[in-house]
Design a protein around this ligand. Structure first.
Ligand SMILES: *[C@@H]1O[C@H](CO)[C@@H](O)[C@H](O)[C@H]1NC(C)=O
Ligand SMILES: *[C@@H]1O[C@H](CO)[C@@H](O)[C@H](O)[C@H]1NC(C)=O
Ligand SMILES: *[C@@H]1O[C@H](CO)[C@@H](O)[C@H](O)[C@H]1NC(C)=O
Ligand SMILES: *[C@@H]1O[C@H](CO)[C@@H](O)[C@H](O)[C@H]1NC(C)=O
Ligand SMILES: *[C@@H]1O[C@H](CO)[C@@H](O)[C@H](O)[C@H]1NC(C)=O
Length: 368
């Protein structure tokens, strides 16, 4: 074997064993600027020990999905073996972007499972939600949820859980509101995608005074929610990661996140920036999906028309506006918008910018 070949074999194996390489998106943007910060967050919350099979390799990852999908088990809900509390101080990596003008309204965006904060900031022209928000004169805080990206990765069974992440979101929101991140916004809007939308709904339900408006993307409770099963995720155990993390094979990324009008380049990018998810997080999400409360701000549900996991491939007509209004009876405005010919990862489809604008128009109509 030549030295060059040996070197490239070594490089290849180093690459495939290391955590994903994070390119830092540029600080200077067409309509503003961004900075990366590491924020230390101390928090505690209740947590649960779930009856989850361990996931140490690809075989066990697939078995984990099949176990959850088996009809005689409870759909997407592992049994709680023990109620506990967890607390700790963790590093959360955030990106804070401010526009050239305006910026009095801060959006705080929570990404979904199998991605990190880069979900909101695609490097493909016309697909960065962050750049669109700056152009619409919003400040925007994106962050890597616990267990993803450059944030800390504690125990994926017992610590990376939804209620703990809800507390992290609360701490980040309080820091942002009181100026600790370097800007003092007048209003704060919470934006979510998928699992991040479950967190966002639970956040406005439990901390209604900490938010002035919400955009819930890629999530609505309906009879088809999750019925396609976790096996559609085509999960693997990511090499070099500890027990308890699962990631998606490329086919799972397409099944779950892409549908309708997208290009090969968009799918390749969606596969490139994917991130492993913690099995404890996925088990605990079920506790938050039914959130309801006296939130008084406006809420928009932005649904991809062809969302496979959330709506079994077609979100048209599956939701009930009345049910949503019962969930948030005090909301000043509730709207459901459908982004045509788009799958679960809204920013990574054709016509994404027009979809972002539908949310910004809704916020502006509501004084945000
Ligand atoms: C944040 O922390 C990560 C992980 O420890 C590190 O790689 C990165 O350089 C830090 N970034 C900043 C802006 O301090
Ligand atoms: C955990 O707490 C819930 C709610 O209080 C309770 O219904 C459940 O029985 C508890 N589970 C265990 C295993 O103690
Ligand atoms: C929610 O609306 C109901 C009915 O209008 C009202 O009685 C209640 O005080 C409101 N709650 C909050 C927290 O604003
Ligand atoms: C692009 O998205 C906008 C906003 O949802 C929608 O009005 C328009 O019909 C879409 N265009 C196509 C070609 O789907
Ligand atoms: C897909 O999107 C492209 C670019 O926005 C557009 O030109 C084309 O008409 C769309 N195709 C369909 C079938 O909507």
């Amino acid at each position: 074997m030549t030295k060059t070949l040996l070197a490239s074999v070594l490089l290849f194996s180093l690459h495939s064993w290391a955590s994903p390489v994070h390119t830092t998106n540029p600080a200077t943007r067409p309509h503003g600027s961004c900075k990366q910060l590491n924020i230390s967050v101390s928090t505690s919350s209740q947590s649960h020990v779930y009856d989850i099979p361990k996931v140490d390799n690809d075989l066990e990852a697939t078995a984990w999905a099949i176990n959850a999908d088996t009809w005689s088990h409870q759909l997407t809900r592992e049994a709680v073996l023990e109620n506990t509390t967890i607390s700790g101080t963790y590093n959360i990596h955030v990106q804070l972007c401010t526009p050239q003008s305006g910026g009095n309204v801060l959006q705080i965006a929570s990404h979904g499972a199998f991605y990190d904060g880069r979900y909101w900031d695609a490097e493909l022209e016309g697909h960065s939600y962050v750049n669109a928000a700056l152009e619409a004169e919003y400040s925007i805080l994106t962050y890597d949820r616990l267990g993803t990206g450059q944030s800390d990765k504690p125990d994926p069974y017992r610590t990376i859980q939804a209620q703990f992440e809800l507390e992290i979101l609360r701490q980040l929101t309080i820091k942002a509101r009181n100026g600790a991140l370097g800007i003092k916004p007048g209003k704060v809007v919470h934006v979510g995608h998928s699992f991040g939308s479950i967190l966002t709904s639970a956040f406005i339900a439990t901390h209604p005074t900490l938010s002035d408006g919400a955009i819930i993307t890629g999530f609505v409770l309906n009879e088809h929610f999750g019925t396609v099963g976790r096996s559609s995720w085509a999960v693997m155990h990511p090499k070099g990661w500890p027990s308890g993390f699962v990631s998606m094979a490329r086919s799972g990324i397409q099944d779950t996140f892409f549908n309708g009008n997208f290009t090969q380049q968009m799918l390749d990018y969606g596969d490139k920036i994917k991130s492993p998810a913690a099995v404890g997080e996925i088990a605990s999400g079920a506790l938050l999906v039914q959130a309801s409360g006296p939130f008084a701000g406006p809420i928009q549900y932005m649904l991809p028309e062809l969302d496979f996991f959330i709506c079994a491939g077609d979100c048209k007509g599956v939701y009930s506006l009345d049910a949503l209004k019962k969930t948030f009876p005090n909301a000043s405005d509730i709207e459901v918008a459908i982004q045509p010919k788009t799958g679960h990862a809204l920013p990574l489809h054709n016509n994404a910018t027009a979809g972002f604008q539908v949310s910004f128009d809704f916020l502006k109509r509501n004084g945000l």
